[in-house]
Write a protein that binds this ligand. Structure first.
Ligand code: NAD
Length: 391
């Protein structure tokens, strides 16, 4: 998988205690990478990081898992970040640490910009310093969001060249993080031998172990686990649904190509630098109601009802759609799971958690999800699953 780029590779992941970061750390360790995570503590209680014992995966080195170093510190603290990067000497960096909640960004805009914008500046500055000493990483992937685009709410599927923007502080902080990354790339990282830097834009993702605020699947799992109906705020709203492993396969494949590209003497142009959308297919744009019904079926029964004051009508106006055509054409990446498969995987994970499964059982479950997803990706013809590096 991923052209065997990750075995014994030193990889630095910010935000490793979060939902996406936990899945990414597990996947990297199982690919044999030497991972340094840099992050504050898990942002939710419960959390995937603690529930599945992600921090203990390295104890399984005998079965091929890579080495894991868990650094708990703040991306706003440039000195700590620099020291951790210096210690880790990474070859590949994934930047996921962020304040990722729209609602919290209204309450704490300053914290959101400080974390999401200055956190990115701090990371790129420290990467620049490492590169100047000849110890820079070859590949950096900054994880932003589909919300980085100026959303005219026309239903137009955004392509990478569309104007950036963002209405609320969170969305605009991700647009800013994109602009900062582009400026650093043009100003400091365009010469041969410098780190190759890309940004990855995906929408909201779902999957086992997410307890993020205002997310429908955690709401479903919490309600069904105590036998009460799920209260649904926007049953008619159409959303693009994507499993977390879809976006992570995009990040991993993008950085594998950046890494290989940077290793090629002829890659003066930095073929994979720039911005990339990793969105689901159009068939994954379905209503919240359909997703809740898929979830309750997979759970084995349960009721839902509109929350008091919930909108009843289909609502596509605020649908944010990504066009992933560039990733398909140039990376051979494609979405592999239908919305039904994605929701089923998540529902089974939550059901196991709420039945009281122990961390090792949940970890096994995560690995089974990764294996099933890899099979689906190989069947769909995704280039990363067939080991062909395109660079
Ligand atoms: N989950 C989604 O649906 C989604 C969609 C689009 C983009 N994203 C982006 O993906 C990334 C990961 O999102 P997630 O859902 O896993 O979020 P999460 O809240 O689960 O995890 C965020 C991580 O960042 C860390 N963090 C927060 N502030 C920090 C700071 N000041 N210093 C160091 N670490 C800090 C947290 O400790 C945690 O490890 C974020 O950049 C987010 O904006 C997520």
């Amino acid at each position: 998988m991923f052209g065997d780029v990750y075995a014994h590779r030193r990889v630095f992941v910010t935000g490793h205690t979060g939902f996406k970061g936990s899945w990414l750390t597990l996947w990297l360790l199982d690919l044999g990478a030497e991972v340094t995570g840099y992050s504050l503590g898990p942002p939710t209680e419960p959390s995937l990081f603690e529930a599945a014992g992600i921090g203990r995966v390295e104890a399984e080195r005998a079965r091929g898992a890579g080495r894991f170093t868990d650094v708990r510190a703040d991306v706003r603290d440039r000195r700590s970040l620099g020291q951790a990067l210096e210690m880790a000497g990474p070859e590949i960096v994934f930047h996921l640490a962020a304040q990722p909640l729209v609602r919290r960004s209204y309450a704490e805009p300053h914290l959101t910009y400080e974390t999401n914008v200055m956190g990115t500046v701090n990371l790129l500055e420290e990467v620049r310093a490492l590169a100047a000493s000849g110890r820079g990483p070859r590949a950096v992937v900054n994880v932003t969001s589909d919300k980085c685009y100026e959303n005219a709410e026309t239903g137009h599927a955004h392509v990478e060249g569309d104007p950036l923007g963002g209405f609320d502080p969170y969305s605009s902080s991700k647009g800013c993080s994109e602009l900062v990354t582009a400026a650093y790339r043009r100003s400091f990282f365009s010469a041969p031998g410098m780190p190759r830097v890309a940004t990855a834009r995906a929408g909201n993702v779902l999957g086992g172990g997410d307890w993020g605020q205002d997310r429908i699947l955690p709401d479903c799992a919490r309600a069904l686990s105590v036998g009460v109906p799920v209260e649904v705020r926007n049953p008619g709203a159409v959303r693009p649904w994507q499993h977390v492993l879809e976006s992570l396969s995009g990040y991993l494949w993008l950085s594998a190509n950046l890494w290989r590209g940077a290793a090629e003497a002829g890659d003066k142009a930095g073929a994979f630098d720039g911005a990339w959308n990793f969105g689901p297919g159009a068939e994954c744009n379905v209503t919240v109601r359909e997703v809740v019904e898929l979830f309750t079926n997979e759970w084995g029964g349960g009721q839902w009802r509109p929350a008091p004051g919930a909108a009843q009508q289909p609502n596509e106006a605020d649908l944010l759609v990504l066009d992933a055509g560039k990733a398909e054409r140039e990376l051979g990446w494609r979405a592999a799971w239908s919305v039904a498969e994605a929701v089923a995987a998540a529902a089974h994970w939550y059901a196991e958690f709420y039945r009281g499964a122990r961390p090792d059982a949940l970890l096994t479950h995560c690995r089974a999800d990764i294996a099933a997803y890899c099979d689906a990706a190989a069947r769909s013809g995704a280039a990363w699953a067939s080991s062909e590096v395109q660079a």
